[in-house]
Design a binder for this molecule. Structure first.
Ligand code: CO
Length: 136
């Protein structure tokens, strides 16, 4: 069901500083910052060829990563995103197996314009998992 690793997301307290470290110290290709108000985050994509890292900073009130940064003031790994071919089928299978989908349980449009779901970290070894439907 899950296929490629689409990205690893890292929550950062200072997006400008993190972007400069990836670009200048690690020599990576980084995108311009992209504000995603409906997700409460600003994102910078680090293009790694075979996958991406996403640097996430909180945007606006009630950002889903604000509490994470309160617990992890230096930042930290926030989630991993796996690709699926059919997110509705994936959701059905997960729910049938008793896994919890976060939020209202419905897929939302994510940072890359594709439907995404988040799965409860307690159901997956303490790791927040995002599933993204990617057309093949
Ligand atoms: Co993500």
């Amino acid at each position: 069901m899950i296929e490629r690793l689409n990205h690893v997301a890292i929550a950062v307290p200072d997006l400008g500083a993190a972007t400069r470290r990836y670009r200048d110290t690690l020599g990576a290709r980084v995108s311009a910052p992209q504000a995603l108000p409906e997700h409460g985050v600003t994102v910078v994509f680090v293009d790694l060829g075979n996958t991406r890292t996403e640097l996430l900073a909180p945007l606006g009130e009630g950002s889903p990563i604000a509490a994470f940064l309160e617990r992890n003031p230096a930042g930290g790994m926030h989630h991993v995103c796996y690709e699926v071919e059919d997110i509705a089928a994936a959701r059905e299978r997960l729910m049938r197996d008793g896994m919890r989908v976060l939020g209202d349980g419905e897929a939302k449009i994510g940072a890359h314009g594709n439907p995404v779901l988040f799965l409860h970290p307690k159901d997956f070894d303490g790791t927040l998992i995002e599933l993204e439907q990617v057309a093949r």
